[in-house]
Design a protein around this ligand. Structure first.
Ligand SMILES: Cc1ncc(COP(=O)(O)O)c(C=O)c1O
Length: 446
């Protein structure tokens, strides 16, 4: 269908400039494989897996069929005091594919809910151990953990917090950011090597300030995604694990973006060889087709909370938390089909190998273009960073995003960055198109 018109008056669009959207709307009416169809009948390459979700590409028949079948079998059933076979099976698959003894899956519906759920598990765990005073959370500057009050509090993107300051959690601190623009502007698949150990700040300032005995958890994205694909320094995550262990602090990895193949491995945790105490997921677990998120917890968290209730009456609930749609059978059927499809098509390995192509192409085509001050690539994702327009932060990236869209490629503006993170099914010719269109747009807005 082409040139459809809409009444756009009622929808308040998320994370979008609503005042100007109608002047030049981006409206998708269909999608298949790597491409969208727009309301005016154009084909647009999905260069960002629809916000890191659609790893397998759009309109994947086995996923669609699984959802349809589930709708005709068990459409929905309450999640409290009951469960369903698909929730058991999806949890089993997730536990089996996660590293170490990350074995207990709490389902929710989004990355934001996963963030809040993981913070609440941390509090409940420490309380169960008789350390209820551990209620300080450590996030990181420029982190994104969604938009709930917990996730926003440990998050560190200033614009996401500015208006809501008074409602943030009171006992939160932030690690410094992981980027060194002078020495690590251009990184292609490698781990940035710092001259200094940026975690000394955690040991020398943050832990003594709050006292380690009061700290519940540290939460980080293994690779900082929403801020613009910033990579951790070499050894950073391992050392963070060691520091947390030393002080009895839980470590949470928010793998909402990095989970399910983006780095060529099941999780970033596998890529970096570090097992957190909790691993948050969402997005690609269902190929984005149906909302599903969750937190995979290590055995000791679950066991501690259960054991603390040993003497409680049989009917007593151990953890007062959950969502109406936790373990929704249709979402879990979608997850089972998605994870099965990823495996049968070996798509994580493909993400790894196409990631090399994306990295090489971005560095070759974009380095040296006007205003480009950095390019960071790892796995099947990359960001090109531009100098800011004076007085108009983010404007250059926004203009480039719009131009790319008009030229048939969806890219993601993130601050002064443009991010590419295509579905794992992407081929070299499509990468050339994406990067070529991005290069032209960068030149146009010089
Ligand atoms: C690392 C991370 N955590 C949490 C979220 C929030 O997820 P959602 O939008 O599903 O609430 C995102 C979203 O991009 C994310 O990248």
């Amino acid at each position: 269908m082409t040139n459809q018109t809409f009444n756009m008056d009622s929808q308040w669009l998320p994370f979008t400039p609503n005042r100007t959207f109608k002047n030049d709307p981006r409206v998708f009416t269909a999608a298949n494989g790597m491409y969208f169809t727009t309301h005016d009948g154009r084909q647009v390459l999905d260069g960002i897996s629809s916000l890191w979700c659609v790893g397998a590409g759009h309109n994947v028949k086995p996923i669609n069929e699984a959802i349809k079948k589930q709708l005709d079998t068990l459409d929905y059933a309450t999640a409290f005091q009951a469960s369903n076979p698909k929730a058991f099976e999806a949890a089993d698959m997730l536990a089996a594919m996660s590293p170490g003894d990350l074995n207990k899956v709490l389902f929710c519906n989004s990355g934001s809910e996963a963030a809040d759920t993981s913070l609440k598990v941390a509090l409940a765990y420490h309380r169960a151990r008789g350390e209820g005073h551990r209620n300080v959370f450590i996030g990181r500057e420029r982190a994104y953990h969604g938009v709930g009050f917990g996730g926003m509090s440990v998050g560190g993107i200033p614009a996401n917090r500015k208006v809501f300051g008074s409602a943030l959690l009171p006992r939160v601190d932030h690690l410094r950011f992981i980027h060194d623009p002078v020495h690590h502007a251009y990184i292609n698949g490698a781990e940035p090597q710092w001259q200094e150990d940026i975690l000394t700040e955690l040991e020398n300032r943050i832990l003594p300030l709050h006292d380690p005995s009061n700290i519940a958890a540290v939460i980080v994205e293994p690779v900082a995604g929403s801020a613009g694909w910033y990579l951790p320094p070499q050894g950073y995550l391992k050392r963070l694990r060691e520091i947390c262990d030393k002080h009895g602090v839980l470590l949470i990895f928010d793998e909402v973006i990095t989970g399910f193949g983006r780095l060529g491995t099941n999780f970033a945790s596998d890529y970096y060889g570090v097992v957190p105490d909790m691993l948050n997921f969402a997005k690609a677990v269902t190929n984005g087709v149906i909302p599903l998120g969750g937190v995979i917890c290590r055995d000791h968290l679950y066991n501690t909370i259960m054991q603390a209730n040993d003497k409680a009456p049989e009917h007593a609930i151990e953890f007062f938390h959950g969502y109406t749609y936790s373990g929704h059978p249709v979402a879990c059927a979608a997850a089972i089909a998605t994870l099965t499809h990823f495996k049968s098509e070996d798509l994580f390995a493909r993400a790894g190998s196409m990631g090399k192509v994306l990295g090489d192409t971005m560095h070759a085509a974009l380095k040296g273009l006007p205003n480009v001050i950095g390019i960071r690539t790892l796995g099947l994702a990359g960001a090109v960073e531009l100098s800011s327009l004076v007085g108009l932060p983010g404007k250059r990236a926004y203009d480039i995003f719009m131009t790319c869209f008009h030229k048939g490629v969806l890219v993601r503006p993130a601050g002064e960055n443009l991010v590419l993170a295509p579905p794992y099914i992407v081929d070299k010719a499509q990468i050339d198109v994406m990067v070529g269109v991005l290069a032209d747009a960068i030149k146009k807005h010089a």
